[in-house]
Design a protein around this ligand. Sequence first.
Ligand SMILES: Cc1ncc(COP(=O)(O)O)c(C=O)c1O
Length: 305
Amino acid sequence: MYPVLRRGVFRSVAEAVGNTPLIDLTGPLGLKNGSRVLAKLEFFNPGGSVKDRPALYIVRDAMAQGLLSPGTTILDASSGNMAVSLALMAACFGLKTKIVLPSNISPEKIGLLKILGAEIVFTDPLEGIDGAIREARRLAEEDPKGYYYSNQYDNPSNIRAHYETTGPEIIRQTRGRVTHFVAGVGTSGTLMGAGKRLREYNKAVRIIEVQPDAPFHGIEGLKHMPSSIKPKIYDPTFADELIQVSTDEAYEFSRLLSSHTGVLAGISGGANVAAAVRVAKENKGAVVVTLIPDGAARYVNLLVG
Ligand SMILES: Cc1ncc(COP(=O)(O)O)c(C=O)c1O
């Protein structure tokens, strides 16, 4: 296990990844049936999102396997957060990054990538994240020696990061009382990794997957799987239940979390909490844990506009 749980002085910002706070939203959300909704605030990670966890594991595993030499550039397709996290890890470890992403990604994320020194390739926004994945694959095939294609969608280090950090943190922070785990899927690393760990801990824990309710949606970071390139790490039979959330509902909950709880949640955090509330209402006495994958600061223009 990597020393992400180290206490005290960190040698680099990479060691400050994980151990995010778990906040009880039950009261502010007005739940009155004895169920609780708890959310892990992943924007407390140094790169501002949940993606710091898999980015750290992906880069460290690649270094350990000798796949990254000083001349190699880390290449990936991302809806923004993994890009920022990879660029941050590259800055920590003295490496370079090239990120392929749809040009309609929020300007806040693009600005961060520039500050972190990443090279950026834009793809057609109408093709969404899948257009960026196709372009990243093409670039990797063109120059396999120059790039390390980290391929977050197919890379098992992504799942392992959540299996070894997110899952155990939830068990520890709830003192093992978690009954339901709710997570939106992009690569599905969070759902598959933390979900596997929780299920191993207690096979009665119900794993609930969240997806946008339509192919064209505005929940950055989440995939509508039936109409998307399926990540290799994704198992559609893994979750016990699938909840679909509309873009409007995700925005509504994101704004409500900020204004009524002070939790500055991004849009996919809004989707996760919308689904978690449904689960909590349907299951009296449940302890429902979800995540706020990133913060509202990444979507100020969208949330205010
Ligand atoms: C904002 C946001 N929410 C949710 C997710 C989904 O997480 P995962 O890739 O672990 O399924 C991502 C992934 O990129 C994301 O950026």
